[in-house]
Design a protein around this ligand. Sequence first.
Ligand SMILES: Cc1cc2nc3c(=O)[nH]c(=O)nc-3n(C[C@H](O)[C@H](O)[C@H](O)COP(=O)(O)O)c2cc1C
Length: 200
Amino acid sequence: MKVFQAIEERRAVKRYNAESKMLPGDFDKIMSAAVLSPTSYNIQHWRFVRVTDKAQREKLKDAAWGQEQVASASELVILCADINAWSDRPQRYVANTPQETQDMLLPMIDAFYNGKEQIQRDETMRSCGIAAQTIMLAAKGLGYDTCPMVGFDREEVARLIRLPQGYVIAMMIAIGKAEQPAHSRGGQLPLSEVLSENHF
Ligand SMILES: Cc1cc2nc3c(=O)[nH]c(=O)nc-3n(C[C@H](O)[C@H](O)[C@H](O)COP(=O)(O)O)c2cc1C
């Protein structure tokens, strides 16, 4: 599938065929694509939780106020992130670059994030947001539908997945075979309203 076709055909699908399973290898393909998403300084804040246990899915569905797709989709991935990833052995993020690049980048990472809690957290959401779109487009390219979700009790989900201290949950994504198509688009704002040139 071509990139523009995947972008146009990706929709938030809520009703899934609960019997349908992903083809072997497809989940790994999608997640291997996800980790190629760009992140600031290549920090790769994301930490994904794939929920395969049916009982856990049911508990998560309850925490998501009964949203069916949490239990019925073939796969459910919870996109979490490590707020402190910027300071966790950052040489890993530049390991394949020449020494002089490493010597330049490592102090830059520190200067950019150290002591700046809001920016540390914002960055996790940027990283997960971009990874989410990669997951959704990769899934679409393989013939699956998806639903990104934040409609859940964050504290309860954190408890259920044993979210480590210093981590945040960005969203969940349900992935599977649609049983019902998405509703027609809610109404896109015209480009003229959301795109400015040079300044607002
Ligand atoms: C961050 C985020 C959170 C969302 N949370 C939910 C959710 O909890 N439940 C749901 O049914 N849809 C959820 N959606 C889907 C949106 O409602 C949907 O993307 C939007 O209406 C646009 O429709 P489309 O994705 O089909 O183009 C979420 C989407 C995003 C990006």
